[in-house]
Design a protein around this ligand. Structure first.
Ligand code: NAG
Ligand code: NAG
Ligand code: NAG
Ligand code: NAG
Ligand code: NAG
Length: 220
């Protein structure tokens, strides 16, 4: 800043000094007016090119794109046992659900996120919760992680809908994941990005297969 302020008052001073010094120089200057115009045109063209480049950069490289979060697979190995014998796990420890989550970052800078959580609900109640440790998805890369969710069998067993679901052969659960992070490009552009991923998780008892149907939403 101080450099700029110093440079400005100096410029007119040198100009005045020069024109006073030599009258012929100003005549020379007016004679060469077309050249001056040409120079001006070149400068204007350069500025225009710079402006276009800046605009293109703004809408491409510097434009913060939405990270894409997916839940690609959910495994709850002990769920079959829980459903088959509802007394076996009722009093025991939590069972583990593992959700494979991928975070695809289409930006030219990394997407850093803070501690996040994944929650599993059954019958409208929270039955499990897991942590996603803070991390980052590097620029133009997909980061894959396994999220471990501790699920309480007791909470599943008290759900009023369990009987009906077992009779129908299908357990329907929901998962809620929220990843709160930000993208910082060249220290100039900094944007907070919050990705929420809600999934319907369907467990088919006969086949022990789990299907996820997810919808993600990005907010800033
Ligand atoms: C269910 O588990 C309990 C406790 O582990 C066991 O006593 C019972 O025999 C099991 N029932 C069946 C049908 O496997
Ligand atoms: C994230 O979790 C870890 C481990 O629980 C903790 O040490 C850290 O302070 C947390 N970071 C934030 C930003 O909450
Ligand atoms: C997640 O778990 C699956 C199955 O256990 C394994 O194949 C995969 O490599 C794991 N991914 C990561 C990123 O740890
Ligand atoms: C599950 O399989 C059993 C036999 O293995 C069959 O009797 C039953 O109808 C099947 N249930 C469903 C919901 O498909
Ligand atoms: C989950 O299923 C419910 C009811 O079938 C539906 O309203 C909701 O949109 C679904 N959610 C997702 C994320 O697919």
């Amino acid at each position: 800043m101080p450099e700029k302020e110093q440079a400005r008052p100096l410029a007119p001073a040198t100009y005045i000094a020069r024109s006073d010094e030599d009258e012929a120089m100003s005549a020379h200057f007016t004679l060469r007016r077309p050249r001056y115009l040409k120079c001006c045109g070149v400068t204007a063209a350069l500025f225009l090119i710079l402006a276009v480049v800046a605009l293109v950069l703004f809408f491409t490289v510097f434009h913060v794109k939405d990270p894409i979060v997916r839940m690609t697979r959910v495994q709850i190995p002990q769920l079959a046992q829980l459903v088959a014998n509802r007394t076996a796990l009722s009093g025991g420890a939590n069972i583990i659900a593992v959700a494979e989550v991928s975070v695809k970052n289409p930006n030219v800078a990394s997407f850093r996120y803070g501690n996040s959580t994944t929650r599993i609900d059954y019958g409208g109640e929270v039955v499990g919760e897991g942590r996603i440790p803070a991390g980052k998805a590097p620029a133009r890369r997909t980061q894959r992680l396994n999220v471990t969710v501790e699920v309480s069998p007791a909470k599943i067993l008290v759900a009023p809908r369990l009987g009906d679901d077992v009779a129908a052969g299908i357990l329907k659960m929901e998962s809620y994941t929220k990843i709160d992070g930000r993208v910082k490009i060249l220290r100039i552009i900094r944007k907070r990005v919050v990705v929420t991923l809600n999934c319907n998780i369907t467990y088919t008892i006969n086949t022990s297969a789990i299907q996820e149907d997810c919808r993600s939403h990005v907010s800033f």
